[in-house]
Design a protein around this ligand. Sequence first.
Ligand code: G3I
Length: 368
Amino acid sequence: MNRRELLGGAALACVGLNGLAQTQAAVGLDGLARTSGRHFGFAVGPGYADKEPVKDLLRQHAGVITAENAMKWRSIENLFGVPDYTQADRVSAIAAGLNAQLRGHTLAWHQSTPARFVNATGEMFVQAQTSHLQALVSRYRGRIHTWDVLNEVIDADQPSGMRESVLSRLWGADRYPELFELTRVADPHAKLAYNDYGMEQDEPWCEHRRSAALHLLEAWVKRKVPVDVMGLQAHLDLSRRFSAARMLAFFDELSALGLTIQITELDVRDHTATTDLAARDAAVAALYSDFMDACMSHPAVEMVVMWNVTDADSWINRWSQGQRRPDGQPMRPTLFDDQGQPKRAFDAVAASLRQARVKFDKKAGNHV
Ligand code: G3I
């Protein structure tokens, strides 16, 4: 047990209900998560992680850091294919400074494949993707808790259930298992995740994506592909239904395959809700509660990572191609407002972490 775990456990043991709100702030979200054997953290870029209020919020609450963009192939390479690891190293240093686990994101993703491969041959691409993966994984060998080896290859609308992309065309969907094998060799101690979106809510298209993911993972586990973790991005949306029972049935199936579950990119889009701020925040908090209570009730869930820290630095408000609210107001997707003040969503997540009755089952996390 490390210092953070000891402090978290001791603080929780010493306070009554009246002191809980203060204790949550003192212990922090990762401290609360650790009481049920889990980790809690945030995806960040070095640009804003080093500035207040984010810097202090990370110090209080982060036990995991994911590189939001800095470890993506497209971020590392310049136009001529020359790698520059400066930003990735900065994120790694931020995690080390916080004594936090580091998640690597992501080794193979169609959206982060450098543009120079548009007209490449399969042979050229396989060589380049292999070298990139080996160099990056070796650079952080022993530092990474989990690598997102492969990102977003499910497409339930395709007969094969697999996305057609630059990656499937040049690497080959039937060769995806090799990405996991290469990563395992380059860093035998990192957990290896398949990471994807759109599998958490109660919509027919989410159900199709869950089925496609299970189909793929079952085949991989049968072939002894070294995949350990299903990374569920959990970019939740207030306009979509949520069913804890449906999501937990999916968790049971993942767990039966011997996989653990990490919530890797949690946030809540509130683009259709009312214009009243208090009502918006209450609705967002209610979805956080429902989702987190369900996650904390499942023994295969080992980690929860928020995608960004404050509403001001959320990709949803930063990204020009993203959805917009009809009233033109920015969304309020994270746990902290623009000034870094905790919102009702923070209280909801803290309560779920604190009330977690089921501990993460470490035995389920053995490598296949
Ligand atoms: O830094 C440049 C800036 O110099 C330039 O002026 C500007 C012009 O567009 O672009 C900036 O880079 C942008 C970068 O985000 C930093 O904000 C890129 O264009 C933009 O494509 C990039 O978007 C990222 C996106 O992944 C694509 O890589 C988002 O920040 C990041 O939050 C998002 O994260 C993804 C996960 O990796 C996978 N799951 C979904 C999630 C959200 O889309």
